[in-house]
Structures are given as structure tokens and as C-alpha cells.
Design a protein around this ligand. Structure first.
Ligand SMILES: [Zn+2]
Length: 507
């Protein structure tokens, strides 16, 4: 079993535990990295643990001394050692009369009494030292270190153990509704059925509200309406807002769900084509503007998000079950959409894309190669504040022994291969992956955006799954799923073009 070394200094306080020293080291690391979220969490933990250690030490080592008269005890010890002259009775006077011997015999008997306890220990042979590994133990070679160590039958047989469903939820993505005729995508490879998307949603909701489904909530992974809605606004009718009309129609379908099944919305690029960030943060899509989702979060929120922007952040997390933490990322809090062009966020985003993309149309990946093809305007990035928050959320999940599941409109890993000449990938995907991998508690990441099914497992055992979009579902089909979460897996029950899968957890 892997060991962990801890330095102990003479100057260490006697009540200082190994766990507390470990926490202090992590707190200092967080402070040095500038992650204020993480630092505050660890600072509070250190304070709580310090008080606990001091209390335990006092109860075990100090409190009892009041009754035991340690002064007398020390006096006895010093007298036995001969370090003090005592006016009290000598040692022999304290012995039973049958135990009184000559001085030399008494000294020998005392020596024998101390030495005798050693006779039960057999001497160690040189080279015979071994590490102890319990029988049946399995040390995994997965690069997750100690966290992947599994013991006993369960580790050797991953199907063993509790497989009951803990909770279930619905999932749908890329509805992209617009009241326009069907048309092909820009690559002329797939049809987009804008009006049919609403019918697909109606069917999904009808399915989810069946009493037998018993769902906890619905995940909508972004692009709820299409950017084409902005073209439908009538220049002569300033009262008409086609984007809002389209959103109202879609939300009317979601509102058929009972109040105990809230819908949590991810932010997609098409939301930002239709609305500004200010409008979105005041819209029904924000989790705290809906009675159902805000009430749910008031009971289940993990770590509240704080943003430097004036608008409310679109990233949040909740604990749907004591064993799981669900994390919603905002793939566009560094973006060319939704921000004023004079804002620093917009300017930073433009500089990042322009560094690689020299096209007049920044939605085009022409001239870009490999993963640099991700630097297009319809992708986005995770800003530094959100990254810090993500790290802190996962830290809390680890402390609570929870597995984390990530929801992000734009895929996080390049394992989602390019399908149409560009890479649908977060601009700073490496930064996000680094945080997910370091945490070791993330089991799955779910995405939309690409409209294609794409699945793989990365080298750290995280499942990455991109779901097909409703917008490209055939007329006689659909694209939604119900996900059943178990202790050891997420079972995806796909409908229409969504494939059913079992995502077994690797850690
Ligand atoms: Zn998208």
C-alpha cells in the first residue's frame, strides 16, 4: 500500500495532527495560487480542525491531570531515578516485606522486570522487512494514484455491489427552435428541422411526466432556440421580439412538467445570438429566476458562484444526492457573444481568437489546423473566476466523498473529434481538464453543441459524452434521454437517435 511521509518538527505543537498539517499545506498552496474560493474554504477547515485537535488533546492528555495530581507523580519518578534527594521514605520502605532483598538482588530483579517484556519479540533478520498488503487487495495502475486503490471482491468485479438507482433525470440538448422552414447545415451534411424541434420537445415532456418515470429534474444542455429567430423580427414592428416569442413557446412546453421537476438550463451560443447577457441573467433561463429551480437550489446548492461581472453568473452546482455533485459550467463567460464590444471580456476574447484566426468571418476555421480550429466565434472559454470556483466546488465534493458530473454546452476534451471541419471545443479546454483531472472526483462530462453523438473515456477515467441535438433528429424520431444514476454507473436510456449506454465509473 502506498505510504505518505509527513515531517514532524520538534517545534510542532503537541496537538498538531497529520491531517491538520496536510490541510495547512493545502491552504497555503491555495493562497499562493491566488484561488480565493479555495483559500477561504481551506482556511475555515483549518480553523475547525485546529480547534478540534486542541479539544481532543486537552480531553485526552490534560483534563485528567487535574484529578491525578501530576506533581506527586513526577516526584515519585524523580525519586525512583535518584535525581532528587527526598526526605520521604526510601524505595524499600514502599515494598511488601516479602519483596525486600539486598540492594544488588533488588536491582537485578528490577532490571529483569524491564528486560522481560522484550523476550516476546523475535529479532528481525536483515533483508526480511516486507510491505504488508492484505490478501485480496488490488492496486490499480490507473493514473489517479491512491484514490483508485480498491480492495476485495468489489474491486476485481466491477459489477459487484449496489446497483440500485439513486435518482434519475431527463436530458435534452440543442432544441434550436425557430418558426422557419427546414434547411441544411453550413456543410450541407445534415438537415435542421426547426419546427419539428418543438414537437420533439413536446414528446419528451409527455414521456417525462409519466408517473412511472419519477424524475428529479431535467437538464437542458443549451441552444434552446436558434439564432435565426433574430432574423424574424419585423423592422416595422418594434413591439415584436421573435427571440422572446420563440423562447416563450419552448418554455411553455417545459412548464407542463410538474413543479417538483425543475429544468436546469446550460448556456449555448444560440442563446447569446438572441439575447445579451443582461437579458439572459434576467430571463427564465437563469436558475434563480424560476421558482422551481431556485427552490430546488435553495435546498441542494453546493457552492454559490460569485462573479466580477455585473450580471449573475450562469455557472452553478448542486447536490442531487449526498453521493453526487452536479456542476453546470458556462462555456461562454469568455466569449465574443453577449458582451458589449467595449468590455474587457470581449476585447480579451477577440484577442485570443484573432491570435490564431485570421478570417474576416470568425465563425470560419479556414486556415486553422489541428486543435487550433477551435478558435472560432461560436466556441467560448471558461474565465479565471469560473475556473477558481470550479476548483473549489470539486474540493468540496471531494471532502464530502462525492462523485462529480460536469455539464457544459461546449465539449471539454479534444477526444470529441472534429466532425465538420472545425473543432467544437472550449478555447481553454486544457485549463479545465487540468482542474478536473487534479480533483480525481469527476466521473462524467456531458455536452451538446456538436449535434453529433461522440463518446470516449479519457486517460483519467472520465466519461465524455456529447449528445445528439433535437434540431437534427429525423422527422420520425427524437433525441432525448433519461439518465439513471447508481452507485457505480450512470445508465443512459436513450430515445430516438440517442444511444443507450452504461457509463461504469472507474473511480
Ligand atoms: Zn452550440
Amino acid at each position: 500500500m502506498p505510504g505518505r511521509s509527513t515531517k514532524v518538527y520538534e517545534t510542532d505543537r503537541p496537538w498538531l495532527s497529520v491531517h491538520l498539517k496536510h490541510l495547512i499545506a493545502r491552504r497555503q498552496k491555495a493562497f499562493a495560487s491566488g484561488n480565493q474560493y479555495l483559500f477561504k474554504i481551506l482556511r475555515n477547515k483549518v480553523n475547525r480542525e485546529r480547534k478540534r485537535c486542541q479539544r481532543v488533546y486537552y480531553e485526552n492528555k490534560v483534563d485528567g491531570l487535574h484529578a491525578s495530581r501530576p506533581r506527586n507523580w513526577w516526584k515519585e519518578v524523580k525519586q525512583l531515578c535518584g535525581s532528587t534527594k527526598s526526605t520521604e521514605r526510601d524505595l524499600k520502605s514502599k515494598l511488601h516485606k516479602d519483596l525486600v532483598y539486598k540492594d544488588a538482588v533488588l536491582a537485578e530483579k528490577i532490571n529483569q522486570a524491564f528486560v522481560s517484556v522484550m523476550k516476546d519479540y523475535s529479532p528481525l533478520a536483515v533483508g526480511a522487512q516486507t510491505f504488508f498488503i492484505p490478501v485480496g487487495g488490488v492496486i490499480s495502475c490507473l493514473p489517479l494514484g491512491v484514490r483508485t486503490v480498491g480492495w476485495g471482491k468489489a474491486a476485481m468485479d466491477p459489477t459487484n455491489g449496489d446497483t440500485d438507482v439513486l435518482f434519475s433525470f431527463g436530458l435534452i440538448t440543442d432544441i434550436q427552435y425557430a418558426d422557419i422552414c427546414d434547411r441544411q447545415n453550413s456543410a450541407k451534411t445534415r438537415w435542421r428541422r426547426y419546427r419539428n424541434a418543438l414537437c420533439c420537445l413536446q414528446e419528451a415532456v409527455d414521456h417525462w411526466i409519466r408517473p412511472s418515470r419519477s424524475l428529479s429534474f431535467i437538464v437542458q444542455l443549451g441552444d434552446i432556440i436558434d439564432g435565426f429567430n433574430t432574423d424574424l423580427n419585423d423592422a416595422n414592428d418594434s413591439e415584436r421580439n421573435s427571440s422572446q416569442d420563440a423562447l416563450d413557446l419552448v418554455m411553455r412546453e417545459f412548464s407542463k412538467l410538474p413543479p417538483e421537476i425543475p429544468v436546469f438550463h446550460n448556456l449555448g451560443n444560440h442563446e447569446l445570438y438572441n439575447f445579451s447577457r443582461e437579458e439572459l441573467s434576467a430571463s427564465i433561463l437563469h436558475p434563480f429566476n424560476s421558482c422551481e429551480s431556485s427552490e430546488y437550489l435553495s435546498k441542494h446548492q453546493s457552492l454559490p458562484a460569485v462573479s466580477e461581472e455585473e450580471t449573475k453568473p450562469f455557472y452553478f452546482s448542486f447536490v442531487p444526492h449526498p453521493k453526487f455533485c452536479f456542476v453546470y459550467l458556462d462555456s461562454y463567460d469568455t466569449s465574443l457573444h453577449g458582451f458589449d464590444e467595449t468590455s474587457s471580456t470581449y476585447k480579451d476574447a477577440l484577442a485570443m481568437v484573432r491570435k490564431y484566426n485570421k478570417n474576416g468571418d470568425l465563425d470560419s476555421a479556414d486556415g486553422l489546423h489541428g486543435l487550433n480550429r477551435r478558435f472560432v466565434a461560436y466556441n467560448g472559454g471558461i474565465g479565471p473566476m469560473q475556473l477558481q470556483w470550479l476548483q473549489a466546488v470539486l474540493e468540496v465534493a471531494i471532502e464530502n466523498g462525492q462523485k462529480a458530473v460536469i455539464f457544459s454546452h461546449v465539449p471539454i476534451s479534444p477526444g470529441n473529434r472534429p466532425r465538420r471541419g472545425a473543432v467544437d471545443l472550449l478555447w481553454n479546454y486544457q485549463d479545465v481538464l487540468k482542474v478536473l483531472w487534479q480533483s480525481g472526483c469527476v466521473v462524467a462530462c456531458f455536452h451538446g453543441h456538436t449535434h453529433y453523438d461522440d463518446y470516449f473515456v479519457d486517460k483519467h477515467g472520465i466519461h465524455h459524452l456529447t449528445f445528439e441535438g433535437v434540431i437534427t433528429a429525423p422527422l420520425d424520431s427524437n433525441a432525448f434521454a433519461t439518465l439513471h444514476v447508481k452507485n457505480d454507473a450512470i445508465v443512459i436510456e436513450g430515445f430516438g437517435v440517442i444511444e443507450s449506454r452504461v457509463l461504469k465509473f472507474f473511480h
